[in-house]
Design a protein around this ligand. Structure first.
Ligand SMILES: C[S@@+](CC[C@H](N)C(=O)[O-])C[C@H]1O[C@@H](n2cnc3c(N)ncnc32)[C@H](O)[C@@H]1O
Length: 467
């Protein structure tokens, strides 16, 4: 694991390559959508195994979950064995069990990576925190449990049949009986020297008031009252699940020292890694979304004149080809996000063969939606598959389609289909309605010819660039 490095891909694949006891602090905020339908989470055997990608944030029992479960049930020496066996009996083959087996695989590796004095913070919410605590007890040992921290993020909302849900849960465990904990570093009202100062001051007034006004006890508590980022917050990058940097700064200050190594295996838009950087820690982050990695580099570190090492993102056509051969889903997601404004589809199976979608900023002329669709194909070009894509475009009245291949395509059949579909007009400009575009083009410095697209996360205009 290298310092100042962002890794693209499934964190499990990366962490398995790293040595034992190489990090001092792990913070993880894995995908979990508490608003997900409880029938999906707890429902048993829904009968339609969907091919759900890891980051879709919904969990169903499927063949991948089943493949994860079997070894854990059989391997009595696996630290997660007892907890998973118990969950299996309690929950049956459900979305929740799928989620817990996924987490178990990764948490076992996280323990291995921690130094003997290291700590782990698992950010979750009450939907699954009770199960995750048992899982962590099983993997780390119940005696290594330190805190269940409540991050109280909002004032009560309307809830008439139960108490309003206004906090996330952060489970804090240590690897062993001696661990780093700098109570003094987080006991005083907090005033970060980093650029988020104003933001923090605005967000944290309630927390600070509570600390200042209560002279009996200034030591850190197991609750942190800190509002989530407001829509217009300066620090906000438009990444849905972005956490406030002040929250991560507290955790990092408390549980690591300058020069220590901090890892975030689900780093999203980089809150942890930028906080660690500003606090003089060494750091690494992993995310399965190429968009997230680009965002961290461009919006977090470029303004600080910091260049992070990037691993796993293809640097040339040959490495793109290798990624396509080894991890097709990662390749697809990366390829789609080369086109500014497109995001990978959540579920490969339920989106009619569409791998990426985006929205144009302006309405085109004619009877089209503002939708741009894309499909990614490897291997030999097949005209029939291209036509299926054109049908999907017609179905959605998509204004623009980008058919992405690894190598350039020269097919007379495709050319005549493209000519048949003609162009669309947006304002004063015309754009071909369908474009064949390849990763070879990308590395040759050519981008598709698109009207201005809307940033999928902020809705604002986004410019294409070669990154
Ligand atoms: C809840 S978000 C993390 C948000 C982050 N704490 C922040 O402040 O930006 C979860 C992230 O995990 C990523 N992710 C999902 N599955 C992953 C996996 N298997 N390996 C690495 N990253 C993954 C998602 O792309 C998403 O960015």
């Amino acid at each position: 694991m290298e310092h100042q490095t962002l890794y693209f891909g499934d964190c499990l694949d990366w962490v398995r390559e790293w040595p034992d006891e190489c990090t001092d602090l792990i913070y993880l905020d894995p995908p979990f959508n508490s608003n997900a339908n409880y029938n999906i989470l707890y429902g048993r055997g829904n009968g339609t195994p969907a091919q759900v990608r890891a980051f879709t944030d919904t969990w169903r029992w499927d063949t991948a979950a089943s493949a994860r479960l079997s070894p854990m049930l059989n391997a009595i020496g696996n630290p997660a064995h007892k907890a998973i066996k118990g969950f299996w009996e309690l929950l049956g083959e459900s979305g929740m069990l799928a989620y817990l087996t996924y987490m178990a695989e990764r948490l076992v590796e996280m323990r291995r990576l921690l130094k003997p004095t290291g700590s782990i913070y698992l950010h979750c919410d009450p939907t699954a925190s009770h199960y995750l605590k048992i899982l962590l007890d099983g993997i780390f040992g119940a005696q290594q449990f330190r805190n269940e921290i409540a991050w109280c993020y909002s004032w009560p909302r309307n809830a008439r049949r139960y108490y309003a849900r206004t906090h996330d849960t952060i489970l804090f465990y240590t690897r062993g009986p001696d661990w780093t904990f700098n109570a003094d570093a987080v006991r005083q009202p907090y005033s970060p020297e980093s650029e988020g100062r104003d933001e923090y001051a605005a967000n944290a007034s309630a927390f600070e008031a509570a600390v200042v006004l209560d002279p009996r006890d200034k030591l850190p508590q197991d609750w942190i009252e800190l509002p989530p980022l407001r829509p217009n917050a300066r620090e906000r990058l438009g990444y849905n699940t972005q956490k406030p940097r002040a929250l991560l700064e507290r955790i990092i200050k408390a549980s690591s020292n300058e020069g220590d190594f901090v890892l975030d295996p689900f780093c999203g838009c980089g809150t942890t890694v930028v906080a660690a950087h500003n606090l003089g820690r060494r750091w690494a982050g992993v995310d399965i979304s190429a968009f997230a990695i680009d965002l961290i580099q461009e919006r977090r570190f470029a303004p600080l004149n910091v260049t992070a090492n990037i691993r796993g993102i293809p640097a040339d056509l040959e490495s793109a080809r290798r990624l396509a051969g080894a991890k097709w889903a990662d390749f697809q997601a990366w390829a789609v996000t080369r086109v500014a404004g497109l995001v990978p589809s959540d579920s490969m199976s339920s989106d009619g063969g569409i791998d990426g979608r985006g929205t144009m900023l302006a309405q085109p002329q004619g009877n089209y939606s503002r939708l741009a669709l894309s499909q990614v194909k490897g291997g030999r070009f097949v005209l029939g598959q291209f036509r299926d894509f054109l049908h999907a475009m017609e179905r959605d009245r998509a204004a623009i389609g980008i058919y992405i291949t690894l190598d350039s395509v020269s097919s007379p059949g495709a050319r005549s289909e493209i000519a048949r579909l003609g162009s669309i007009r947006v304002g004063a400009n015309e754009y071909p309605r369908v474009q064949l575009w390849s990763i070879a083009d990308y590395f040759a410095g050519h981008l598709p010819n698109l009207p201005t697209m809307a940033d999928p996360y902020t809705g604002q205009a986004i410019q294409s660039s070669l990154t």
